[in-house]
Each structure stands twice: as structure tokens, then as C-alpha cells.
Design a protein around this ligand. Structure first.
Ligand code: ATP
Ligand code: MG
Length: 463
């Protein structure tokens, strides 16, 4: 009864959106997704829930991707069973999450996320009642949802999802797709449309704006004009989002396999100001743009080839040309090369983390990659051997190659290191350049300027 009322009030509040309290049911012969395409774990989980008398559907990105003939990254299941009821059904399962409480069910190496149908966001903020089906729903001053554990009907669950194409339910046992908001039609039309009133939905969760950019790029969908329009004025709301969540979402975007297109879309929506504030400056210089484009392109390729990708490496690449620009400025003002580089690194990281907090484990790694770069130009004496033995040699070398390939450095340097690292002891010895570098200078200068040369040697040989 109460749920019926909520449903009525809720659907009246959004008269423009296409919503159907009764779903349109699309049979297998129309949509074409076959049972054999579904992960066996998702089939097992939905079947088991249904056997126990609950409703259970594959939902979200997996249904969308299957319909688009893409392989789903992971599977989500939605059910009317509570998290406790789900957990009690599966031996290998556990309840996780605070913002959303859900259950992870494991089969072999696979994990399926099972969430209970959730109710509408609006109007539930002061609902204190906890009758076992409902828990509290909390919003921040700006309207952002902090916790969202109000259970609801399947229809309500569809409405609280982000985009119409992400709100389709697939039942593996009947082969049917249930569609409450014309997501199937949008998918066929290649339209990405936010569910409900766009302003309200971005206010509730500003991350949806980033997701809009990501999905539009990944799916090559057209962002519906009404869903797009408010983003230009609402991007600043991203400041209100916890940094760790923002960082997770940006990683998803950068490692979607469509980083190049996603970043372009992010800039087209003006959303990069809040997450990568230095990007404009970097992309304004042709060399900077070439370097970033190459880094993104290589990341996309590695993802397609199932090769590992490193967030630190990619962030180091995205910001490198700003590091270069600042350190060159410091050098022309009289600073020495290595201290100039280290100061530039600090400045760039500082500006970046004010907007998007990159976790320290990554910034440490980024600084190592950057800090190794001057050492690649030292090709005499023992130094190349020390660099080869450095635990971050590989990342530093890959970064060097990117610099060579983008035209910043002569390709000869990259090739030298390629041969040197794979060469025999004899070959390596033959490759070394005459030792006319800092060592001799240091000896000459020692009596006059001991402090200066010791300092340079320390930095150059740093770890
Ligand atoms: P992918 O996994 O390919 O990145 P996805 O659509 O599966 O895409 P997830 O982050 O895995 O994205 O989320 C699963 C589903 O949960 C989404 O399809 C959507 O229905 C819902 N969802 C996720 N994030 C939000 C959000 N911020 N607001 C509303 N619904 C969301
Ligand atoms: Mg997913």
C-alpha cells in the first residue's frame, strides 16, 4: 500500500520522463542476447535466488554491454531479497559497503555484486524508520546523497539508476528483458539519457556527470541534450565529492579502453577543470598534446591487449609537460637541473591534488618515474648499471620511450637503453660513453666549491 503510494507520488513528480510502472517485456527472440553469453556465476546466483522465491535479474552495465555485443566487465544482480537473505543463501558471500549495502557472492574467481532493489532518493531524507525493509537515507546540504539504503520495488530501483540504458533487467531463466523507462529504445538509438530531472540527479550525485562523459565516450553514444545542458553549470559540484570516489571514477574513465575519447568528452563538457586542472595548459603546447595523446593511445592499446596498466605511470604522463615547463623556467632563472626538476614536481603535484587527490602511493611512484629521467642521459662509468638495477627502471625506461616517441628526445637515446639493457657484459662495456662527466668536474671543483658539487652528485645518484 505504502509502496504503491510512493510509486504514485514519485512518478507524478517526474511527468516528462518516460516511465512505466509495468515494464515493457522484450523477449529473447527480439533482443537476441543468448543464455550461453551470460556468466555462469550470474546464472547460478539468479537461479538460486529465484529458487528461494525471490525476484532476481542481471542488471546495469552487463545487460547494456551484452545488447551492444560487448563483453561485460562484471555482473550485477538486483533482487528483492535483503542483503541478509542473500548472504544466508550463498556460502561464499559477504555483505559490503556503507553508502550502498550489497552482497558479494563468489563462484571460483568471479564475484557477482547482488543489491537489493532500492527506493526513490527524493523525499526520503528524514525517514528515520527502520522496519527491516527500510534503512535511513541521508543527504548533504547541497543535496548530495551520503547513504542510500532505502529498499523499494523493482520499478523504483530502475528509476534511481543513472542512465536509461543502465536500467534494463535481464532474467536469465526466461530470457526476458524488463524495461521500465524505455532504455531499450535509447540503446537502439545510441542515446545516453539520464533518468529523471537531470539537475536533481547531478545534485544528488555529481559523479553522474563524469559517468555521462565516460559512457558517451565508451559506447560512442550521443548524450541527450537535456542530460547534457546542466553539466556546464554544475561541474563545480564535483568539489563536494569525496576525493577517493572521484579518483576511482577517473581511473575507470582513464582505464576504460577509451581514455582518448573520454578525456576529449570530459573537456567538451568542461568537467576536466575539477579533476585535471593542468590539462588545458599542457594540451595548449603541441609537444604536450602529442605526449598526452600518445600516452592515452598506448593505455587504450594495453587495455585492449589485456596488458597491465599503471595509474602512476599514466598520471605521470598526463602531467609531465607541466613539470618540464616549470623546471625549465626555474633553470632559466638560474636553478640547477636536478633541484629545478624536484621543485617542479612538487609544484605540479600540489596543484593537482588540490582538485583531485591522487593517493600518496601513486604520487610517490610518479615522482620516482620523473626523478629517474635525467639519469637516462648519463651513459658513462657506473651510472647506467646503477640505473639498470633500480627497482623502477622499467617504468622509467617506458616513460623515456614515450618521450622519445613523442619527439621530445632523440630516438637514439631510447634505442641505446634498449640495446644496453639486453646486452652482454662485453657489449655493455663497449657501449659506455667516455667518462668526461660530473666525476671529473667534481674533482676539479672540489677545493673551491665543495658544497655545490657534493650536492649535485648526491641528487644525481639519488637512490
Ligand atoms: P561499467 O561497469 O562498464 O563501468 P556499469 O554501468 O556496470 O558500467 P557500475 O559502476 O558497475 O557501472 O554500476 C552498475 C550499475 O549501478 C549501473 O549500470 C547503474 O545502473 C547503477 N549505478 C552506478 N553508479 C550509479 C550512480 N552514481 N547513480 C545511479 N546509479 C548508478
Ligand atoms: Mg559494472
Amino acid at each position: 500500500m505504502i509502496r504503491k503510494l510512493i510509486r504514485k507520488v514519485f512518478s507524478k513528480a517526474r511527468p516528462k520522463a518516460a516511465q512505466h510502472a509495468q515494464p515493457k517485456i522484450i523477449p529473447e527472440k527480439k533482443h537476441g542476447v543468448r543464455h550461453s553469453q551470460i556468466s555462469s556465476c550470474a546464472i547460478k546466483v539468479t537461479a538460486e535466488l529465484q529458487r528461494a522465491g525471490f525476484a532476481a535479474f542481471v542488471v546495469g552495465g552487463a545487460v547494456r554491454d551484452l545488447l551492444l555485443d560487448k563483453t561485460p566487465k562484471d555482473y550485477d544482480v538486483a533482487t528483492d531479497a535483503t542483503p541478509e537473505q542473500v548472504r544466508d543463501l550463498f556460502r561464499r558471500s559477504r555483505i559490503i559497503g556503507r553508502r550502498f549495502r550489497l552482497v558479494h557472492v563468489m563462484c571460483g574467481p568471479e564475484t557477482i555484486e547482488v543489491s537489493t532493489f532500492r527506493g526513490p532518493a527524493a523525499g526520503a531524507a528524514d525517514d528515520d524508520e527502520d522496519d527491516g525493509r527500510k534503512t535511513r537515507h541521508v543527504t548533504s546540504e547541497s543535496g548530495r546523497i551520503l547513504r542510500d539504503n532505502v529498499f523499494g520495488s523493482q520499478f523504483e530501483d530502475a528509476l534511481r539508476r543513472d542512465f536509461t540504458v543502465n536500467a534494463l533487467f535481464y532474467d536469465p531463466s526466461s530470457g526476458e528483458i524488463w524495461d521500465y523507462i524505455d532504455g531499450y529504445q535509447d540503446l537502439k538509438d545510441g542515446v545516453l539519457r539520464i533518468i529523471g530531472d537531470p539537475r536533481t540527479r547531478y545534485q544528488e550525485d555529481p559523479v553522474r556527470m563524469l559517468r555521462a562523459a565516460r559512457f558517451a565516450a565508451k559506447l560512442e553514444f550521443h548524450l541527450d541534450p537535456a542530460s547534457r545542458a546542466p553539466i556546464a553549470q554544475m561541474g563545480h559540484l564535483l568539489e563536494d565529492v569525496p576525493p577517493s570516489r572521484l579518483f576511482d571514477e577517473i581511473l575507470k574513465l582513464l582505464f576504460s579502453g577509451h581514455a582518448q575519447r573520454s578525456l576529449k568528452q570530459l573537456r567538451a563538457e568542461g568537467l576536466h577543470h575539477g579533476v585535471l586542472p593542468l590539462l588545458d595548459v599542457i594540451l595548449e603546447q603541441p609537444m604536450g598534446e602529442r605526449f598526452v595523446t600518445l600516452a592515452l593511445h598506448q593505455t587504450d592499446l594495453r587495455i585492449k591487449e589485456d596488458k597491465p596498466v599503471s595509474p602512476a605511470f599514466l598520471f605521470a604522463a598526463l602531467l609531465w609537460h607541466e613539470v618540464l615547463a616549470i623546471s625549465q623556467k626555474l633553470e632559466s632563472a638560474g636553478e640547477r637541473q636536478i633541484p629545478a626538476l624536484y621543485q617542479a614536481m612538487e609544484q605540479v603535484i600540489q596543484t593537482q591534488v588540490e582538485m583531485l587527490a591522487i593517493p600518496r602511493r601513486y604520487t610517490t611512484n610518479m615522482k620516482e618515474i620523473w626523478g629517474l629521467q635525467p639519469r637516462f642521459t648519463q651513459r658513462a662509468g657506473k651510472r647506467p648499471f646503477a640505473l639498470l638495477a633500480h627497482p623502477r627502471f622499467r617504468a622509467g625506461y617506458d616513460f623515456l620511450l614515450l618521450r622519445c616517441e613523442s619527439g621530445e628526445l632523440d630516438m637514439e637515446l631510447g634505442r641505446w637503453w634498449e640495446t644496453f639493457q639486453h646486452g652482454s657484459d662485453v657489449q655493455r662495456a663497449e657501449m659506455l660513453q667516455p667518462d668526461t662527466g660530473p666525476k671529473k668536474r667534481r674533482r676539479r671543483r672540489k677545493p673551491k666549491n665543495a658544497a655545490h658539487s657534493a650536492d649535485t652528485a648526491d641528487l644525481a645518484a639519488e637512490d
